[in-house]
Design a protein around this ligand. Structure first.
Ligand code: BGC
Length: 762
């Protein structure tokens, strides 16, 4: 078996950058250079289009009225309606369903002068109606085939619902569990993040964008949004160039290399420039260095937000800055339609920018086949046939099982015995059919997830009794609302404690409601919310035979639980098949195989905590005070990146690393034995350390992995091949450089690897 790291095996384009500000004309010539040769259809349309119509292609509106009803008579909506009919809206988001999309599409196609269809976009983040695990959970599967399949199913349901464009994948690397949007990404590591990002793009886009089961993907948020200071959403990102090039950008670049059709910029500023108007990111890196020829859409209202950032004086100025920086489409600021025409006439925005932007949008429409048939995705019978099918639910179930991470299993508390047990199930989340759907699930039916209680009760053999214990949340659980967390009502505690006392095993399902993570849901504390910690301690005092099942969208600081609870299962927000997947793992019908894509801290004060940190000049440990550490909490994570147990046990041995100095390649092999009597899958992880470099390198960097089934008693030899690119890094000018010298290669089942070999590479 060999590994082909995605983002390092591509042809490396040197990023030659200058940070000096550019004039509109310089930007213009870059725009013209970077645009591709369009088809005659696109060129002939462009030749016929008025300036207003071209600008219209750069305009995206939210679904704003019930399209099955009469058009609104007044206000902004009337204006938007008229704009669609005038061909001044290129795309809409949040209109979905074959029938609704057709009605809206008709407005543009049947009324506008050139009949140009709109593109319909939607946040298909982890499935449409069939809901998959949240993206962070899926990343924990380290299973690229299933991640791709999940995206393909999502694309199929989306395309059947009239949609052409998903605002996914989010590839923002984040090291901060406080940030609510970690649930939407693939965690802290650029290599894993790149692999996951590529799998998702392939799944969404397939081989042919015009096929009736694929959608245009959108890599977001460009860039550094995941580095929001103090984990507070929308906050300033302030990172150095080394982190930008080596950590933040690789997953974005990997998706460009994989052919992603669109990008979204981001709300944050980076080095004082809002990403929405950042030429360095959008022009110099994305288009010039990486050759991206797709569409860049703004984030929701992010063009207008540049006024609050203190970057644009007013809406007109914001439109000028964003358009000139290479943002081709305005999502919901309505500033392009308002101001771009005058800006062109005044010479502040070159016409070539408008042409290039409109051309890119038209090209996307052409690739989607919308010019051939604007209603090709609007077949109601097909929508019915292809939505929430048995086959889709099966994939959701498989992915959900694979996303679960067994964090701890002392004394083999798990798997549960299949009969004769009296099992207490405690915690409001155990009974929830809504929360496990997670955030970003706009199209799922409420209460459509299987709950842990019902999945366990569906299995004969044991007696299953449920008690809510203390309430975690109240309120209706809709997408837009914040749920209320109970901080004081302890009723229900005693009932749960007495149920625990009279049971053989207690399964406590605790964590975060699905709406406690996601956009705008940052937390300063990352412990168990509400009164759950107290509930856990009281139940444990009554019966220590506790299995803690966590449902959450971010790493949690659960040190007490780690010290006291014998078995801990990380079950995230797993989507439609949540309860079934958890029951499979608890009973050992599926042997857990997930690994953490993000470090779990002991204490929120350790955040940001991540495995690929620098060594510092005082790494310690030392008896003296003056080394890089805390005086009150260990430096060690609670659970490291890459950690995850199995009911099997795997022994790593015979690491061999041979250097092919001519080609600067490393051939690595390792033997992994399943020394248990159950079959299991293991994610074999390879890390390197470049010991001396002009720009210091992390203590460990993931460079390859393989997920392998190893049957009971079997040994497998796993081979990895590292190339020169794998041993290289981006310097502070964005050049990929290789420096000869000492490298360590580590292999194991987590980032706290067991085997190491040091080699010299010339
Ligand atoms: C989010 C994007 C999303 C967009 C459209 C924004 O608030 O940041 O990720 O795609 O809304 O729903």
């Amino acid at each position: 078996m060999s590994s082909t790291p995605i983002y390092t095996s591509i042809i490396v384009i040197l990023i030659l950058m200058s940070c000096s500000p550019k004039t509109a004309e310089q930007s213009m010539s870059k725009q013209v250079n970077s645009s591709t040769k369009s088809s005659s259809k696109v060129e002939s349309l462009l030749a016929q289009m008025t300036l207003d119509e071209k600008i219209g292609q750069m305009n995206q509106y939210n679904g704003f009225f019930d399209v099955t009803g009469p058009a609104p008579e007044g206000g902004d909506n009337k204006k938007k309606y008229d704009q669609i009919k005038a061909g001044e809206v290129g795309s809409m988001l949040n209109v979905r369903g074959a029938k609704e999309v057709r009605r809206m599409q008709e407005l543009a196609v049947e009324n506008s002068r050139l009949g140009i269809p709109m593109i319909f976009a939607f946040d298909v983040i982890h499935g449409l109606k069939t809901t998959f695990p949240i993206p962070l959970a899926e990343a924990a599967s380290w299973d690229m085939d299933y991640i791709e399949q999940a995206a393909a199913v999502a694309a199929q349901e989306a395309a059947a619902a009239g949609l052409n464009w998903t605002f996914a994948p989010m590839v923002d690397i984040s090291r901060d569990a406080r940030w609510g949007r970690v649930m939407e990404g693939a965690g802290e590591d650029p290599y894993l993040g790149s692999r996951v990002a590529v799998a998702r793009v392939k799944g969404f886009q397939g081989e042919d964008l015009a096929a009736d089961h694929t959608v245009l993907a959108c890599t977001k948020h460009f860039a550094a949004y995941g580095f929001a200071e103090s984990g507070k959403d929308y906050n300033t990102a302030d990172i150095g160039l080394s982190t930008l090039y080596n950590v933040v950008l690789p997953p974005f670049k990997a998706t460009v290399d994989a052919g992603v059709g669109s990008f979204m910029n981001s709300f944050n500023e980076l080095n004082g420039v809002p990403a929405t108007a950042d030429e360095f990111l959008q022009q110099d890196i994305l288009k010039d260095a990486w050759g991206f020829d797709g569409v860049m859409v703004s984030d929701w209202g992010s063009i207008r937000e540049m006024i609050d950032h203190g970057h644009a004086a007013d809406g007109e100025h914001a439109a000028e800055l964003a358009a000139n920086a290479g943002c081709h489409m305005d999502m919901e600021s309505a500033l392009y339609t308002k101001h771009l025409k005058a800006l062109v006439e005044q010479g502040k925005v070159p016409l070539s920018i408008i042409d290039d932007s409109a051309r890119r949008v038209l090209e996307a429409k052409e690739k989607l086949g919308l010019f051939e048939d604007p209603y090709r995705y609007c077949d109601e019978a097909r929508e019915k046939e292809r939505t929430y099918t048995g086959a889709h639910l099966k994939v959701a179930h498989e992915v959900a099982k694979r996303s679960i991470v067994l964090l701890k299993n002392d004394a083999d508390v798990l798997p549960l015995k299949k009969s004769g047990q009296k099992i207490a199930v405690i915690g409001q989340l155990a009974d929830s059919k809504n929360s496990p759907l997670g955030n970003w699930r706009l199209a799922s039916d409420d209460n459509s997830a299987s709950s842990v209680v019902e999945a366990l009760q569906a299995r004969a053999g044991n007696e299953i009794n449920y008690s809510q214990g203390v309430m975690l949340y109240s309120g209706q659980e809709f997408f837009v609302m914040d749920i209320n967390i109970n901080e004081e009502d302890a009723s229900g505690m005693d009932e749960a404690v007495s149920l625990a006392e009279s049971s053989d095993v207690v399964i406590m399902v605790l964590g975060e409601h699905g709406m406690q993570t996601g956009e705008g849901r940052s937390r300063a504390d990352i412990d168990l919310p509400g009164m759950q910690q107290e509930l856990l301690e009281r139940v444990h005092a009554a019966n220590p035979n506790v299995v803690l099942v966590l449902m959450n969208g971010r790493p949690l600081a659960i040190e007490w639980a780690d010290q006291h609870i014998p078995a801990i299962v990380e079950a995230w927000h797993l989507g439609t098949k949540s309860g079934d997947a958890i029951a499979d793992v608890l009973y050992g019908d599926y042997n857990p195989s997930g690994k953490l894509p993000m470090t779990f801290p002991r204490h929120v004060g350790q955040v940001p905590i991540y495995y690929n940190h620098k060594n510092t000049g005082r790494p310690g440990p030392s008896d003296a005070v003056f080394w890089s550490h805390y005086t009150d909490v260990s430096n060690e994570p609670l659970y490291p990146f890459g950690h995850g147990l199995s009911y099997a046990s795997f022994d790593y041995r015979d690491l061999s690393v041979s250097v092919d100095s001519v080609g600067r390649k490393l051939d690595v092999s390792v033997s992994v034995k399943n020394s248990s009597d159950v079959d299991g899958e293991e994610v074999i992880q390879l890390y390197i350390r470049d010991h001396v470099a002009k720009v210091t390198r992390p203590v460990k960097e993931l460079k390859a992995f393989e997920k392998v089934m190893i049957t009971a008693g079997e040994s497998k030899t796993i081979d990895f091949n590292l190339t020169e690119a794998d041993l290289s890094y981006y310097d502070n000018r964005g050049h990929l450089v290789f420096e000869p010298g000492a490298f360590s290669v580590f292999v194991g089942g987590s980032s706290q690897t067991v085997l190491e070999q040091k080699v010299e590479v010339e």
